[in-house]
Write a protein that binds this ligand. Structure first.
Ligand code: ADP
Length: 277
C-alpha cells in the first residue's frame, strides 16, 4: 500500500443529510513538489555561474591586471557564460518536447549520414577531452553499409539523442577507453541503437534515476565536462516520441550500455543498390 493524500469536504444540508466529498490529491501534490524542485534546481544552476561571472567582472573593474592575467579571466568568464547558454538551450529543448504532442511519423531520415555526423562530433569531442592526456578513446561506429536504413522521425531530434548518449560515453570514460556504437536489426523488423562504453559504470542505485532532470552522480565531473544534467531527460523524451524506450545497463567500474529499440513500423530498409544519397 502507498500513502495517499486526501482532500475531504463535508457538507451539511440542515435536514440531517450530509455529503462527504473526498479527492485523492496525491499526484497533484507530487506534481507541485516536482515543480518546486525544478525551479529550485534551475535557480541554483544559473546562480552558480552567475556568481562566478560577477566576481570576475568586479575583479577586472577594480584590480590593475597584467594582460596575460586579464586574458585568463576573460577565458574563465566565457566558460561560465557558455555554461549558462547550454543550460538555457537544454531547458528550452525540454520544455518544447514536453509541450508538443508526439509527431505522427515525422520524415524518413537516412541513418547512415546521421551516424556519420555523430561520429565526426564524437571524434572532435574525444580529441578535446583527451588532449591533456595525449591518449585518445577507441571509437567504433558501424560501417555505412550496415546502416542503409531510414528511421521515421525528426532528424534533428534523433541526431541530438544519439549524440548525447555518445558524448556521455566519451565524457564518463577515461582516456584510452573504448566506445562502441552499434545498430542491430532483429528478426521481427525492429532494431536497436546502442552505445557501449568501458567507462566508470553506474551504481545500480542510480540507474533508475539518471533520466530525472538535473540528476547527476558526480556534479563536479559533469560540470567539468560541460554537462547540464538535462541530457538524459531530453534523450528519454526524444526516444519516447520515436516509439523507443531508453534502456540502461551498467556494471560499476566496468562500463555502461545505453540502448533503444525502434519498432519495425518506424524503420524502412533501403532497396539493394540504393546509396542513400
Ligand atoms: P550530464 O550533463 O550531467 O552529463 P546527463 O543527463 O546526460 O547529464 O546524465 C546524467 C548523469 O548520468 C551524469 O551526470 C552521470 O553521472 C551519469 N551518466 C550518464 N552517462 C553516463 C555514462 N556513459 N557512464 C557513467 N555515467 C553516466
Amino acid at each position: 500500500a502507498r500513502p495517499v493524500r486526501l482532500s475531504v469536504q463535508l457538507y451539511a444540508y440542515g435536514d440531517g443529510r450530509h455529503l462527504l466529498l473526498s479527492r485523492d490529491i496525491t499526484s497533484l501534490e507530487q506534481a507541485e513538489a516536482m515543480r518546486r524542485d525544478f525551479v529550485a534546481n534551475v535557480s541554483h544552476e544559473i546562480r552558480t555561474p552567475l556568481t562566478v561571472l560577477v566576481g570576475f567582472v568586479e575583479t577586472l573593474q577594480t584590480l590593475p591586471l597584467e594582460e596575460d592575467e586579464r586574458k585568463r579571466f576573460l577565458g574563465l568568464m566565457a566558460q561560465q557564460a557558455t555554461r549558462m547558454q547550454s543550460l538555457v538551450q537544454d531547458l528550452l529543448t525540454l520544455s518544447r518536447l514536453e509541450g508538443s504532442p508526439l509527431p505522427a511519423r515525422g520524415e524518413w531520415t537516412p541513418l547512415a549520414p546521421l551516424l556519420r555526423q555523430c561520429e565526426d562530433e564524437a571524434r572532435a569531442l574525444s580529441d578535446m577531452v583527451t588532449r591533456k592526456s595525449g591518449q585518445a578513446h577507441v571509437l567504433e561506429f558501424p560501417p555505412a553499409s550496415a546502416v542503409q536504413i531510414d528511421v521515421a522521425g525528426i532528424p534533428a531530434e534523433l541526431q541530438s539523442a544519439f549524440s548525447n548518449l555518445i558524448s556521455n560515453a566519451i565524457r564518463y570514460t577515461p582516456a584510452g577507453g573504448h566506445i562502441a556504437v552499434t545498430w542491430t536489426s532483429h528478426a521481427d523488423g525492429s532494431a536497436t541503437f546502442a552505445v557501449q562504453d568501458s567507462g566508470r559504470g553506474i551504481d545500480p542505485e542510480h540507474v533508475g534515476r539518471l533520466t530525472e532532470r538535473f540528476y547527476r552522480i558526480d556534479r563536479s565531473r559533469s560540470r567539468e565536462t560541460g554537462g547540464t544534467g538535462l541530457g538524459l531527460a531530453i534523450v528519454k523524451h526524444v526516444l519516447q516520441r520515436h516509439g523507443a524506450q531508453l534502456h540502461i545497463s551498467s556494471i560499476l567500474g566496468k562500463g555502461s550500455t545505453f540502448s533503444a529499440t525502434f519498432p519495425a513500423q518506424r524503420l524502412r530498409a533501403h532497396a539493394i543498390g540504393f546509396t542513400g544519397n
